[in-house]
Design a protein around this ligand. Structure first.
Ligand SMILES: Nc1nc2c(c(=O)[nH]1)N[C@H]1C(S)=C(S)[C@@H](COP(=O)(O)OP(=O)(O)OC[C@H]3O[C@@H](n4cnc5c(=O)[nH]c(N)nc54)[C@H](O)[C@@H]3O)O[C@H]1N2
Ligand SMILES: Nc1nc2c(c(=O)[nH]1)N[C@H]1C(S)=C(S)[C@@H](COP(=O)(O)OP(=O)(O)OC[C@H]3O[C@@H](n4cnc5c(=O)[nH]c(N)nc54)[C@H](O)[C@@H]3O)O[C@H]1N2
Ligand SMILES: [Mo]
Length: 768
């Protein structure tokens, strides 16, 4: 385990990847990380996603009732290895490196320094982190918090922390006096939480894994399972083997949506791959509203014709009449919209859309799957509601084999919202909290992620507590927020590994190292279990058994309790110490607060349980008006800006070698890219128009109209199969191009899949 140091950048390379997803390629991907981290804990990998093991810290995809022998995927394994690294980021590391020096390090190098081992205080005079005791940290944090206006303090959470931690954290914020509980979800599926709630009354998807076994059609929009939810490929593969059509709309041809080899099966030996998508359409970025309206238009008009000629109906009129509102307005909109407009905004010919519509028309139970390709647009909420419209036309909500399936990101991001990590007062049972804990909960809306950033820039946010995550790397307009960040009185980061958000500090600043979910969490009553909720609303236990990375780590519940005890006046109804000693008591508290979902929590948690979903039962009583609601769109493009010559739509993407801002390496194997993340994906026709050749280095400038200069230099031009006018580049490197004000209407999810940019081509040097 050599000394941690900065790695040298490598040139970008593109070599087409011809293999499928899964198979030997993924083993190679895993072993690269295993070698870099110097660890290969096979035993630990086999405990991943097992009833008596730990819930993978990577994605939120559902875990099957009967797990495979190896219920992990390439990227889940990388996440585990990343946590189990023998590297340690100790006080000695910080004695050696000033914080200013570390600001020059890459995301990869910072996390590669290893697991944080001891609580640290930032010493501004020395410009270094210095070790401190836990008691000193809690006391100092409490002292500052007690002096601040509670309304000016933010409690951020990244979606990994368990249900138990999240419940305690949300209660800490409310007892302290605010609802400033932004979550990584604000940058992610908030468009789903808002859109699905408006349409169906539930903020989450309606399908379970069983539905994938019963469906006869899957419609797939803007999600990349090959990299981001690889275990889902087993469910897609099983469907494909039953000849279920999988109809995909994505600007980019993602390998995971094309072919897959199960690492669990004889396919591994024979090398035979299963096709995943049966139809693949490269929609223009942001063109989904046009596609969705086109699909609906075809169905509605085919149904008009069928009924006129006495043929069987195509739409589910009984469902529409009994359970929905707004159908007529939506149908009129679709009939009135011309194919010309649809083709132009979708960037696809009518024949493609009608072909896909005919496939869907023949199905009896369909699932609509989607991810960031729909949510992270100016009209992201409308996107979510339109895919729901499409499903509702044929009664595909609340029926076996059918439903809407937002693929959630972080492993407990959905669960955090379930147990109260939300800035929206209407989503938390405030009256019940008041009754249970005898305090006056704040009633006004709290700050979401964008509002937090605006507050920091305006100087109205004075302290930031981060329960995991890498806020300053994940947000839009990073330089503007960073510039104001140090004015805060207090910043506290609870983390497993070092990242850039830990290097920009408030006047008082602490970095508190916590256990990973894979590690044994020993408390006064013995080893503890935690639980998480997956993307299909199943709750699972997670039991870590690995020796902690350092003896001086604390668990997340213990850290939250430590801050609470040092900050809040004593309250006999909330025994933070007892909760820390035995998490079963926290689960009792969760059950008392949310009896509708968590009845018998402690008895059921070991085996896992489904917490239920009203829309799945066709109970739409939580929608205004009591019925599921069709939306009538306001535009056919989700980008929110006009098509203008010279202005491109940039999507920011994840590689196969990263988990959000955690960069495992510089390969994007499935896309055939490697070496560098500083690249610009663009098609060859656009390159020719601009006189560019592969390997040229260009800059991007924001074309937003708010007069804020935003520029990203040094991007290597890389030809890639994308529609005209559409560009791709990596997140978080390109977040400097995202304007804070460019977010989804209604949900305020940053619209980072369609950023308006110009390409700046510098004249080549004469010598070349
Ligand atoms: N290994 C790994 N796993 C992860 C993560 C990770 O970073 N690494 N992140 C986790 C998190 S927090 C999340 S939220 C999820 C994210 O998982 P995804 O939802 O898959 O997110 P992205 O990779 O950002 O991109 C989504 C896909 O949308 C497509 N797309 C872009 N714009 C459009 C558009 O306008 N229309 C359509 N139809 N498609 C479009 C892109 O080509 C890409 O294939 O994954 C989670 N799992
Ligand atoms: N341009 C652009 N921006 C985006 C996106 C995009 O697609 N494009 N995607 C957005 C999305 S979907 C999301 S979810 C956000 C992600 O935003 P965040 O959730 O804030 O970021 P992560 O990169 O997941 O956080 C990584 C850090 O979490 C810490 N960590 C890891 N494990 C643990 C743990 O067990 N406990 C604790 N306490 N800390 C831990 C480590 O210190 C690690 O460095 O980014 C958003 N930003
Ligand atoms: Mo996410």
């Amino acid at each position: 385990m050599g000394r941690s140091e900065k790695s040298t950048p490598r040139p970008a390379r593109k070599r087409p990847y011809r293999g499928p997803v899964g198979g030997w390629g993924s083993l190679e991907g895993i072993s690269k990380v295993a070698l870099a981290e110097g660890v290969l804990p096979v035993g630990e990998l086999l405990r991943q996603n097992k009833p008596d093991g730990f819930a993978c810290t990577s994605c939120a995809w559902a875990k099957p009732a009967k797990p495979h022998t190896a219920e992990f995927c390439e990227n889940g394994a990388k996440a585990t290895l990343w946590d189990l690294t023998p590297r340690r980021c100790t006080p000695a590391f910080f004695a050696e490196h000033t914080v200013t020096e570390l600001l020059d390090w890459s995301d990869y190098d910072l996390e590669h320094a290893g697991r944080l081992t001891d609580p640290l205080r930032y010493d501004a005079q020395l410009d270094r982190y210095v070790p401190c005791s836990w008691e000193e940290a809690f006391t100092a944090i409490g002292e500052v918090l007690k002096q601040l206006d509670p309304k000016s303090v933010v409690f951020y959470a990244s979606g990994r922390a368990s249900l138990e931690t999240s419940y305690m954290y949300a209660l800490l914020a409310r007892m302290y006096g605010n609802q400033n509980l932004p979550d990584s979800s604000n940058m992610c599926h908030e468009s789903s939480s808002v859109g699905l709630k408006q349409s169906l009354g539930v903020p989450v998807g309606t399908v379970t894994l069983d539905d994938f076994g019963q469906t006869d059609c899957i419609l797939f929009f803007g999600q990349n399972p090959g990299s981001n939810s690889p275990r889902m490929l087993h469910d897609l593969q099983a469907a494909a083997k039953r000849d279920v059509p999988i109809v995909t709309f994505n600007p980019l041809r993602e390998r995971g949506l094309e072919r897959f080899v199960s690492p669990q099966s004889v396919q591994m030996v024979t090398g035979a791959a299963t096709r995943i998508s049966s139809e693949y359409y490269q929609v223009k970025t942001g063109g989904d509203p046009a596609v969705l309206v086109g699909l609906c238009k075809w169905l509605i008009e085919a149904d008009d014709d069928a009924r006129a000629s006495g043929d069987p109906a195509i739409l589910d009129h009984a469902f529409i009449a009994e359970h929905t509102s707004g159908f007529e307005a939506f149908a009129s909109y679709c009939r009135a919209t011309t194919w010309d407009e649809i083709e132009r905004h979708a960037g696809l010919p009518k024949a493609d859309i009608t072909h896909a519509a005919a496939t869907y028309a023949q199905s009896t139970a369909a699932i609509g799957v989607y991810g960031m390709g729909l949510t992270q647009h100016r009209l992201g909420v409308q996107n979510v509601r339109l895919i729901t419209n499409l499903l509702m036309l044929k009664g595909n909500i609340g029926r076996p084999g059918a439903g809407v399936c937002p693929v959630r990101g972080h492993s407990n991001v959905q669960g955090q919202r379930t147990v109260g990590v939300t800035e929206k007062p209407e989503l938390a049972p405030l009256d019940l909290l008041k009754q249970l804990y005898d305090f006056e909960p704040p009633r006004e809306k709290g700050l979401n992620t964008v509002e937090t950033c605006e507050g920091v820039m305006a100087g109205t946010v004075t302290a930031f507590i981060g329960l995991g995550g890498n806020f300053l790397r994940a947000i839009p307009d990073i330089p503007r927020v960073e510039a104001a960040w140090r004015d805060q009185a207090l910043t506290v980061q609870i983390a497993t590994k070092l990242n850039r958000s830990h290097l920009i500090n408030g006047k008082t600043a602490y970095l508190l190292p916590c256990l990973s979910r894979i590690e044994r969490d020993e408390q006064a009553s013995g080893p503890q279990t935690v639980s998480v909720e997956d993307a299909t609303s199943y709750i699972h236990a997670s039991f870590g058994d690995r020796k902690p990375a350092s003896d001086n780590l604390r668990s997340e519940p213990a850290i939250v309790a430590g801050i609470a005890q040092a900050t809040l006046p004593p309250n006999p109804r909330v025994d933070w110490a007892a909760w820390t000693a035995d998490y079963a008591k926290v689960r009792d508290a969760i059950e008392a607060t949310y009896p509708q979902w968590f009845e018998g929590y402690n008895a059921r948690v070991a085996g896992g349980f489904y917490r239920g979903n009203k829309a799945r039962e066709r109970d739409f009583s939580d929608v205004a008006g009591g019925k599921a609601s069709f939306v009538t769109p306001t535009a056919l493009s989700a980008t929110g800006f006009a098509e203008t010559p010279g202005i491109y739509r940039l999507m920011t993407l994840r590689s196969n070698d990263q988990f959000n801002t955690t960069v495992y390496g510089y390969d994007d194997r499935l896309r055939g890219l490697s070496g560098s993340r500083e690249i610009l994906l663009i098609n060859e026709a656009e390159m020719a128009r601009l006189g560019l050749v592969a390997g040229d280095v260009v800059a991007l400038e924001s074309a937003a109209t708010d007069n804020v200069p935003r520029r990203k230099d040094g991007l290597t031009v890389t030809p890639f199969n994308l529609p005209d006018g559409c560009l791709g580049a990596y997140y978080p490197e390109c977040n400097v191009l995202a304007p804070m004000s460019h977010y989804a209407e209604d949900s305020m999810t940053p619209a980072v899949k369609s950023l308006p940019v110009r390409i700046v081509v510098e004249p080549r040097r004469a010598a070349e």
